[in-house]
Design a protein around this ligand. Structure first.
Ligand code: PLP
Length: 388
């Protein structure tokens, strides 16, 4: 926080793919406000759905009750994910926590209570709450909190699978560890498993990698899928743990059997957020968003090829519109007490592009509604910054 400068990064308005700061500068949102914005900021279909729903029913709980928007959204999500039930929450980490608890309780319900271990990818990130941190693998985020996290294993490490409750994976891209792309072979062993599979599509879901869900191209049949971030098109907090019918059935029984999941959040499945999510999903069809992203990939690759050869660029990786450009910190002039990554982000800000580094990796994750001109503009600005 000592280096954070609020006056230069206070956003007061947004429109389409742009944010406007308090000084009146217009900035291209090159990280989709941390992987949330899909069809552009303040899309009239989404803000319209929000306004209409806010007038009709602002909030009612999903604890022992329901409402039409949650029902409709659950139905839509089942249709697009291939899973059969939806358990709503508010933030991504809450959906991950729910998935871990569902996995543990499922095995208790079917008489295999000894299955308590979780296995994740190397460099995994699943959120900042205690359970989500436990199944994450980035030391910087979790090392200090060992007192409240539990022991886990990385995929590939020795583990007795009969003790495993679930594998949890980010499909194709590990966003928080620096937009790392994971080869498809890494997931192959998960085709044959006795434990459950949780696919965390919180960062990759809703078209970011070019398909609606990144896991589609891995041929995995997950038992649970966590969704969040882009689910509302980026307008409001909402998340969901999608589960299979097999899991859902294990939680049914007479009330005295206490088979239900004792887990819930006050704003889970808020009606206004659900209305935004329904509008977001409709927009994918109306705006042909996935075809649009496919059409942008050549422009993206052309732009990246131009700076791949620069001495200051160590690596360029991308899947759809999730891109990371790793810079060599020794070849970029750091300003003041800023890291090389932040110095690049600051210089891009001055040129009208808002991004945020992850260590030495400059992120480029624009809204799906971006165009070739904006992509070329970002690539040109970055080329200028890292060559200068
Ligand atoms: C793959 C993944 N899972 C979970 C989360 C946590 O989501 P939230 O920040 O909404 O709690 C994130 C956040 O970046 C993420 O990238």
């Amino acid at each position: 926080m000592a280096q954070f400068s609020a006056p230069t990064r206070t956003f007061v308005r947004a429109e389409g793919n742009y944010l406007f700061d308090a000084r009146g500068q217009r900035l291209f949102d090159a990280i989709s406000s941390v992987w949330t914005i899909v069809h552009g900021h303040c899309h009239p279909r989404i803000t319209g759905a929000i306004a209409a729903q806010a007038r009709l029913l602002d909030h009612s709980t999903l604890l022992g009750a329901t409402h039409p928007r949650a029902e409709e959204l659950a139905e839509r999500l089942c249709a697009i994910t291939g899973l059969q039930r939806a358990f709503f929450a508010s933030d991504g980490a809450s959906a991950v926590e729910a998935s871990l608890k569902i996995a543990l309780q499922y095995w208790q319900a079917v008489g295999q209570a000894w299955r308590t271990r979780f296995v994740h990818l190397v460099d995994a990130y699943h959120g900042d709450t205690a359970g989500a941190m436990s199944v994450s693998d980035i030391a910087r985020f979790k090392a200090r909190f060992s007192a409240i996290t539990f022991e886990t294993r990385c995929l590939g490490e020795a583990v007795d699978e009969t003790e495993v409750a679930a594998f949890i994976v980010e499909p194709v891209v590990q966003a928080a560890s620096g937009m790392r792309t994971v080869p498809a072979e890494k997931y192959e062993s998960l085709q044959r498993r006795s434990a459950l599979l949780i696919v965390d599509e919180i960062a990759t879901g809703f078209g970011r990698t070019g398909t609606m869900f990144a896991s589609e191209r891995l041929g995995l049949q997950p038992d649970m899928m966590c969704l969040g971030k882009s689910i509302t098109g980026g307008a409001l907090p909402l998340s969901v743990t999608m589960v299979s019918e097999r899991l859902y059935d294990a939680f049914l029984g007479a009330s005295e059997a206490h088979k239900q999941l004792f887990h819930g959040h006050s704003y889970a499945g808020n009606p206004i957020a659900c209305a935004a999510a329904l509008a977001n999903i409709e927009l994918f069809e109306q705006e042909r968003s996935l075809e649009h992203v496919t059409g942008l990939v050549p422009a993206l690759h052309a732009g990246f090829d131009a700076f791949r050869a620069l001495p200051a660029v160590r690596d360029v990786r991308s899947a759809g519109l999730m891109c990371g450009i790793e810079i060599d910190p020794h070849r970029v002039r750091a300003q003041d007490a800023r890291t090389a990554g932040w110095s690049v982000a600051d210089a891009l800000y001055d040129r009208g592009y808002f991004t945020r580094p992850i260590g030495d990796v400059v992120q480029f994750v624009p809204p799906l509604s971006t165009n070739a001109m904006e992509i070329n503009g970002f690539c040109g600005a970055l080329r200028e910054v890292v060559s200068g």
